[in-house]
Design a protein around this ligand. Structure first.
Ligand code: ADP
Ligand code: MN
Ligand code: MN
Ligand code: MN
Length: 337
């Protein structure tokens, strides 16, 4: 049977890369091979040398089309020398994973996002042109006054499960119209592949319901929480000993490391990491047990069990998960070597 492959890739949009996709119709038994697109339309090439090469890297069932149809996550390459495009951060994540595979890194990422009216760009659940009651009742809330958009969340979760993604939960967030899903625990490259595909599916559900999905780090200025992508991380050693947990947390605060990491943790990091709204300031580093005002939190249960994982609370919702996962793998695994 003829089937369709939806090729997905990351573009060169500024200041934050976006996902793009197009459809290839394949004959029965044909596999999705190398393809290309017009990079001059995605801020990735000039018009006179516009072709970008698409290499399929990860496939899963397409839960929107169903049947034999598939989604294909691709890497992008320059046609001249087949080097990765600047926006192709997957290549380096694969290298980090291969280098440290013996340490068995695992990731769980918490992707927060905000639903917006596509015309006014005002959050879903905010009164038109106005503000709802202050934050407090909305996080994990239930009921019409507190919650907007749950039907979108449920539909998205069904799609992620049908695609075989490692979705591990969802919750309503602190600001109305803000939600979260979690992917994990899976390896360095898989967590990022799954986050990008889950984002794609979320944007598609938003299209259907005419709701804009925003990954902006601070969609509402003022006394409203920003949107992050908390990144939970462990290695085999950390899953066995508390000494390794402390070494891992300290490694992220070592000389030069906070700056190196924040540069890869998404656009608008200073706006979100203010020291308020459950964040540590961007120019300070701290870690602590149960501390949601720290850069890195050691969950209470992990201190209890004396083993487990750490949570880096700094990445923005709009960060590229390939970059975040590579940085954490490199920094922590080097410290634990
Ligand atoms: P929070 O309490 O910060 O809201 P969540 O429950 O939203 O935490 O997310 C925790 C994430 O941590 C989940 O994605 C889960 O899969 C992941 N996780 C659990 N155990 C580990 C581990 N050992 N290593 C890495 N990630 C883990
Ligand atoms: Mn969470
Ligand atoms: Mn959250
Ligand atoms: Mn968290």
């Amino acid at each position: 049977m003829v089937y369709r492959a939806e090729y997905l890739w990351i573009d060169g949009s500024e200041p934050t890369a976006e996902i793009r996709s197009k459809t290839k119709v394949l004959a029965d038994g044909e596999t999705p091979g190398t393809w290309g697109y017009d990079g001059s339309s995605t801020n990735q090439a000039t018009g006179s040398s516009s072709d970008v090469v698409l290499e399929p890297k990860f496939t899963c069932p397409d839960p929107i089309r169903g049947g034999d149809n598939i989604l294909v996550m691709c890497e992008t390459f320059n046609p001249d020398d087949m080097t990765p495009l600047e926006s192709n951060n997957r290549s380096a994540a694969v290298a980090a994973q291969e280098k440290y595979s013996a340490m068995e890194p695992l990731f769980g990422m918490e992707q927060e996002y905000t639903m917006l009216d596509p015309v006014t760009e005002w959050p879903y659940g905010f009164p038109e042109g106005g503000y709802p009651r202050p934050q407090g009742p909305y996080y994990c809330g239930v009921g019409a006054v507190k919650i907007a958009g749950r039907e979108i969340v449920e539909e998205h979760t069904d799609l992620c499960i049908a695609a075989g993604l490692a979705i591990s939960g969802t919750n309503a967030e602190v600001m109305p119209g803000q939600w979260e899903f979690q992917i994990g625990p899976v390896d360095t490259v898989t967590v990022a592949d799954h986050i990008w595909i889950a984002r794609y599916l979320l944007f598609r559900v938003g299209e259907k319901h005419n709701v804009e999905i925003s990954l902006a780090a601070k969609p509402m200025k003022g006394d409203w929480n920003g949107a992050g992508m908390h990144t939970n991380f462990s290695t085999k050693q950390m899953r066995e000993s508390y000494g390794a947990i402390e070494t891992a947390a300290q490694s992220l605060g070592a000389e030069g490391k906070p700056e190196e990491h924040l540069a890869g943790y998404g656009q608008g990091i200073e706006e979100r990491l203010t020291g308020a709204h459950e964040t540590q300031r961007y120019d300070q580093f701290s870690y602590g047990v149960s501390d949601r005002g720290a850069s890195v939190r050691i969950p209470w249960q992990v201190a209890q069990d004396q083993k487990g994982y750490i949570e880096d609370r700094r990445p923005n919702a709009n960060a590229d998960p390939y970059v975040v996962a590579r940085l954490m793998t490199e920094t922590v695994c080097a410290a634990l070597t």
